[in-house]
Design a binder for this molecule. Structure first.
Ligand SMILES: [Zn+2]
Length: 347
């Protein structure tokens, strides 16, 4: 029997069993395929070595896996707040000269994304800025003008990275877009840090027991039946209930279009298990939970990557700080957390 391939390992990880594949024959075509696969494997090994090499002051900006938070910290420490006012050409030129390095395309995107997070609120307000920023922070170069809905893993990791840089409230527009991305992937439960979009994923509905009307209970629904409150009759485009309409909030019953409770329960049950004990069945709840576990694992991987890279350049980061930390409201806490790596901690 041949060695286990990725598909066998995948099935094994899911608790399933795949059929044995027949042993390859010894034809010339097979030999050619073997040679190509060997070359590809060697190429992948080389790429993996480059990707996994530690970051340092000299390779941080050219390293394809540089974490956006680490790039952001390096720029804040080197240029203070000045770089937030520079245009991209000036910024990348300054980086090249200061660090004697090139700047990888993926890192240009990450840097511009973090710069946007610092200077404007568009990430939390506009779905298209949100989408492009999430992709850029995950090392995916966005195709401007094209819609590229991120999957649950990219969303989770991206929102988590943003929270380490700046925290703001998400607008209805961005919450609705995030919910649409999750539903598009068949996900109905939005665990942290995506909980802000749960109500748009669940899509609450109301049923008026007085007149029988059914409708959406998403914001800006105020708890009053659209028909009984006559909100569309007396003052068109006002959308406020008529003044003489009786308050019918007690006549309204609620339900969810996509109830997350069973998936939430199963997901939390699986997450609490040791990975070796996890067995995914072919049920809707298990399949959705598996997607969420993969997404959570990816987010954790990016956190570990951030912490590892920060420790790899800790000496330089601590000693390179020119004066006081930058002081704008959202910049105070996070950089200082890093700066709490006091000089006494440096070996
Ligand atoms: Zn009604």
């Amino acid at each position: 029997m041949s060695a286990k391939g990725p598909e066998d390992l995948f099935f094994h990880g899911l608790g399933g069993v795949s059929e044995d594949t027949p042993a390859p024959s010894g034809s010339k075509e097979d030999a050619h395929i073997d040679a190509v696969e060997t070359a590809e494997a060697e190429g992948l090994d080389k790429t993996a070595q480059q990707v996994n090499r530690p970051v340092s002051k000299s390779n941080l900006f050219s390293h394809p896996e540089a974490h956006p938070f680490v790039l952001d910290m390096a720029l804040l420490k080197t240029f203070q707040l000045d770089w937030l006012k520079w245009d991209p050409d000036t910024l990348f030129s300054e980086i090249r000269e200061t660090f004697s390095t090139s700047v990888a395309d993926v890192n240009r995107m990450k840097i511009l994304a973090t710069m946007t997070l610092h200077v404007v609120d568009a990430f939390w307000e506009q779905w298209d800025v949100f989408e492009n920023t999430i992709l850029a922070l995950n090392g995916v170069i966005p195709r401007i003008g094209h819609m590229q809905p991120p999957d649950a893993a990219l969303l989770m990791a991206g929102v988590d990275i943003v929270a380490s840089i700046r925290e703001e409230e998400y607008s209805d527009e961005v919450s609705r877009y995030t919910a649409a991305c999750l539903l598009n992937e068949g996900v109905t439960y939005a665990p942290k840090p995506l909980e802000f979009c749960q109500q748009y994923v669940s899509q609450p509905r109301y049923h008026c027991t007085h007149c029988g009307k059914k409708g959406s209970a998403l914001p800006p629904f105020d708890g009053r039946c659209d028909s009984c409150s006559r909100r569309f009759e007396d003052h068109p485009f006002n959308f406020k209930p008529a003044e003489d309409a009786k308050d019918d909030k007690k006549d309204v019953e609620y339900s969810l279009t996509y109830d997350p409770s069973s998936v939430k329960k199963r997901y939390e049950e699986l997450v609490s298990l040791h990975p070796s004990k996890v067995r995914i069945q072919e049920t809707a709840d298990d399949i959705e939970s598996a997607r969420l576990i993969i997404a959570t694992d990816y987010m954790s991987l990016r956190r570990r990557q951030r912490d590892r890279q920060l420790s790899q350049i800790k000496n330089w980061m601590v000693t390179h700080w020119r004066s006081t930390p930058p002081c704008t409201p959202h910049l105070v806490t996070r950089p200082r957390r890093l700066l709490s790596l006091s000089r006494s901690e440096v070996p």
